[in-house]
Write a new protein. Structure first.
Length: 110
């Protein structure tokens, strides 16, 4: 599920089962991943997909967000059933510039 809130784009990731994974991927912009239910492990990956760094975030503990820097390959894994996280970022142009409304450039939202 995806939402637009003013100039912010929010992508919901429902991880129904413990062990569900959002595979390693990158973005050309910084974004925040915010855990709203359950718990997840967020890993930054080396080019060969080995784990460079990881952190566990639990919705119930507060401070349950992570800033993921541009071009950092990252993977998200559910640590319990019925977990949910959201990726939150500003709308972008093809060049990566922040804009106030969606430009329709679908590559900016992957």
């Amino acid at each position: 599920m995806e939402y637009i809130s003013g100039n912010i784009f929010i992508r919901e990731m429902a991880l129904e089962k413990k062990g569900d994974v959002v595979e390693g991927h990158t973005h050309n912009f910084d974004h925040t991943t915010y855990v709203t239910r359950g718990s997840v492990k967020i890993e930054s990956l080396n080019p060969d997909k080995t784990v460079k760094q990881s952190v566990v975030k639990k919705a119930e503990e507060g401070h349950n967000w992570v800033l993921i820097k541009a071009e950092v390959c990252h993977r998200i894994t559910a640590l319990e059933d019925n977990s949910m996280a959201h990726c939150i970022y500003a709308h972008r142009t093809h060049q990566g510039d922040v804009v106030q409304t969606s430009t329709g450039w679908s590559e900016g939202y992957k």
